[in-house]
Design a protein. Structure first.
Length: 314
């Protein structure tokens, strides 16, 4: 799925599962039903939400977001539904709230799994009745908006454990986009790195920076990327703080990426490339199994694959 023309950060790559997720999101954009985006932190849930809004009939309307995990429980309802002046101590003016602010557009509720149970009940009522009542008011206000929710938590399990309302779950889980973690789309790592490097290279100092050498490539491809695309973006930015001249070596990467680098210094025998390919084919391109069979670390395997120009995706 080629999305390099998209202005949205991180929505690039050709990985099949990622492409299927983006394709489904674009199809869901044509409908006005609630959408649930599921994925680990840093996989691009916010970008997908903005993509859906931009391709929907509500694109001309506002896109309003609220991170449900970023606010204390006492403030969530006033942020969602607003309040009247004098509704509580410190309410010196009226506040419309996120629902009203998103009227005519899209309301993106990030990290919905962190919403307290009491607030979940009120959110469900607002979604079902399409109206909100500000704190301190007796008058409800009608709203017309689309709800997009996102979470890194397993809502299905939370429903079974009674930590998330079942009725709210079924109300928002009409269309669902599952974003794969970066470790499951390693074939996109280098394309993403190039995408993040492009604007940085347009600076005066950035123009001196080349591509990654074999060891640096091996480190990028072997890392588990627990922070996903966001972590990769941050790594690329860190390189350009003190940009190297020429090739990017492992020394230019953050130390935690290179601490397990195996620099055994062995020279490659003429048939090493074929040997690697044979083992990869025998293990169905399972890199961990191939590294074990070759008696190498995974970093060494990735480094030698890069050296012999063997594609990571098989």
């Amino acid at each position: 799925m080629q999305l390099q023309s998209s202005p949205l950060q991180g929505l690039v790559g050709h990985n099949r599962s990622f492409g299927a997720a983006v394709s489904f999101a674009c199809k869901a954009a044509r409908h006005d039903c609630p959408l649930l985006i599921v994925g680990e932190t840093g996989t691009g849930k916010d970008e997908i939400a903005r993509l859906v809004h931009a391709h929907s009939a509500r694109a001309a309307g506002p896109f309003v977001s609220l991170n449900c995990a970023a606010l204390p429980e006492t403030l969530i309802e006033s942020e969602l539904f607003g309040y009247e002046r004098g509704a509580f101590t410190g309410a010196g003016r009226s506040y419309a709230g996120r629902f009203v602010a998103a009227d005519g557009g899209t309301l993106f509720l990030d990290e919905l799994g962190d919403l307290p149970l009491a607030s979940q009940a009120k959110l469900l009522r607002a979604i079902e009745h399409r109206e909100v009542t500000p704190l301190g008011s007796l008058r409800a206000r009608r709203v017309d908006l689309r709800i997009i929710a996102a979470t890194h938590q397993p809502l299905d399990a939370m429903v079974r454990e009674r930590r998330f309302r079942e009725d709210l779950f079924y109300r928002i889980n009409v269309a669902r986009v599952q974003l794969p973690p970066l470790r499951d789309r390693r074939d996109d790592i280098l394309e993403l790195a190039a995408h993040f490097m492009a604007p940085l290279r347009r600076t005066v100092e950035g123009a001196r920076v080349g591509w990654f050498d074999h060891d640096a490539l091996a480190c990028l491809l072997a890392h588990a990327w627990p922070g996903n695309v966001r972590e990769l973006h941050n790594v690329i930015e860190s390189i350009f703080i003190d940009p190297p001249e020429g090739a990017i070596t492992a020394r230019a990467l953050p130390a935690y990426l290179t601490q397990h680098l195996d620099v055994d210094g062995e020279s490659a025998v003429p048939d090493e490339r074929q040997r690697i390919l044979d083992v990869l084919c025998a293990t169905h391109w399972n890199k961990a199994a191939a590294a074990r069979d070759l008696k190498w670390s995974r970093v060494t395997l990735y480094r030698k694959m890069a050296k012999h120009e063997i594609p990571c995706g098989g």
